[in-house]
Design a protein around this ligand. Structure first.
Ligand code: ADP
Length: 465
């Protein structure tokens, strides 16, 4: 940004000065030329009158003094004077080049007809003037024509000097503006440099870097955006650390139990076979639990990945729910829980059958697990023109209002002991939420402690990736 700004300031400062100085020098030059032309005309007029009145045209030899005057005038103006008689013959020439030659030119002919001319030929740097020489006796008869040409080439001395001065002035202006702009640009961009340094600090991994450059509104806005990003990053980092520590803890628990069971078996002498069997069954249960945690974790990690592809196909959601309920009915029966499916309408939707089946199973399983004796679970399927809705309603133990957000966190369980008893890992709802979101859907929870819970899944009928 600095270089374009410097160039821009230089152009804005120097170009108008250049234009102005060239306009000024041009006008000085024109003024000088016009002064010179007037002066030359006057001198020419005096000379032509003298030539006329002295009878020069009739007898050139009488005008010796006039020849000298002509030569002097031509010298003064750095020009040439030519006298042409009625036969268009050159009878005097201060350069002595065309003496005796015929000189027929438009302005000479016109001058004989009584029309004076004066013209300035700018591109060839000269000025030409024709004046009539009248008869000494009859001033209405034109005897000859005086042609004066003056070079304007050397007339530029003053403008040239002015030009040199202007160039010097422009150079000084350029240097001053350049220095000034560099200093100002450095001051102007100082907050951006500070911001870059702070952002580099963040890039080096220092998430606590104080990014707050409020000098300009823009830097303030960038700082606020960066602070918000940093806050999110810190939250992500914290949740990552929590997740890792939760995972370690959850994985350690069954292993600790196995170790305690094994140690106590080893510490006993002459253990009865039944006790062995009982302890080994417990160890086997703990291994199952460990396996379930690992499997759930893998499922979660897979569905967490933004890149995970869904295997979308047209699936009858009614059939899908029927199969889920068929599989879970024996578990519900064990706890005397009534499991009902209400199909309000037939629904076919674009979904990943395996993943959605897992998500809905988790909800129905939870409704059975966290229920009461002789409770009930109702699964209701409905749809509108855009979405289908699966409601899993139970009249179980419910979830306290303040924990509604938390139950979706990984490893979060309201009642650790109960969840453990029922083989829960605390990952089920995280997995379900993640799968529903992959389908561009939403998962809602309504629940009252001791009254029951309703989870509502809303998923678009047509999948748009
Ligand atoms: P878990 O493996 O422990 O079931 P989830 O992630 O599936 O883990 O559920 C998290 C917690 O939410 C559970 O431990 C339980 O306390 C609570 N919960 C989930 N579903 C229900 C429900 N239908 N009724 C009451 N509590 C529930």
């Amino acid at each position: 940004m600095r270089v374009p700004l410097i160039i821009f300031c230089l152009l804005v400062a120097v170009i108008p000065a250049m234009i102005q100085s060239s306009i000024f020098i041009g006008s000085v030059r024109r003024e000088q030329i016009s002064d010179r032309m007037i002066e030359m005309k006057n001198q020419g007029l005096i000379l032509s009158t003298k030539l006329g009145s002295s009878g020069y045209m009739q007898n050139v030899s009488v005008g010796q003094a006039l020849n000298v005057e002509m030569a002097t005038t031509a010298d003064i103006f750095n020009g040439r004077i030519v006298i042409v008689d009625r036969n268009y013959r050159v009878i005097a020439d201060t350069f002595d080049l065309s003496l005796g030659k015929i000189y027929i030119a438009e302005e000479v002919i016109k001058c004989f007809q009584g029309e004076n001319s004066s013209r300035y030929v700018e591109d060839r740097d000269y000025f030409a003037l024709t004046l009539p020489i009248y008869n000494v006796l009859d001033s209405s008869v034109i005897e000859g024509v005086m042609v004066m040409t003056v070079s304007t080439e050397n007339m530029g001395l003053l403008p040239d000097r002015l030009g040199e001065q202007a160039s010097f002035f422009l150079l000084v202006l350029l240097i001053v503006v350049l220095l000034l702009v560099i200093v100002l640009a450095n001051l102007y961009f100082r907050p951006l440099v500070a911001l870059t340094a702070a952002l580099n600090g963040v890039a080096d991994g220092n998430l606590d870097e104080d990014v707050d450059i409020g000098t300009y509104r823009e830097t303030k806005e960038i700082s606020t955006a960066v602070q918000r990003t940093l806050k999110k990053l810190k939250a992500v980092e914290q949740s990552r650390q929590e997740f890792v520590s939760n995972v370690s803890h959850e994985l350690k628990t069954p292993i600790t139990s196995i170790r305690v069971l094994a140690d106590s078996l080893m510490g006993m002498e002459e253990v009865p076979v039944e006790l062995y069997k009982e302890f080994m069954a417990d160890i086997s249960d703990e291994i199952d639990r460990e396996t379930k945690i690992i499997n759930d974790l893998l499922t979660l990690v897979k569905s967490d990945k933004a890149t995970t592809k869904l295997n979308i196909s047209q699936v009858s959601i009614n059939n899908l729910l029927e199969q889920i309920l068929k599989r879970l009915r024996p578990i519900a029966k064990k706890q005397n829980i009534e499991l009902v499916l209400e199909n309000i309408r037939e629904v076919t939707a674009d979904v990943d059958e395996t993943k959605l089946s897992l998500a809905l199973s988790n909800l129905v399983e939870n409704a059975i697990k966290y229920n009461r004796e002789e409770g009930w679970v109702r699964v209701v399927l409905d749809a509108d023109h855009k979405f289908f809705y699966v409601k899993v309603i139970d009249n179980g133990i419910g979830i306290p209002e303040e924990l509604h957000e938390r139950v979706f966190e990984r490893f979060y369980r309201v009642d650790k002991a109960r969840s453990r008893e029922t083989g829960g890992t605390g990952l089920g709802l995280s997995i379900t939420k993640s799968i529903v979101q992959m389908h561009n859907g939403a998962l809602k929870l309504q629940s009252k402690e001791d009254e029951g819970t309703t989870f509502t899944v809303r998923i678009p009928l047509n999948y748009i990736s």
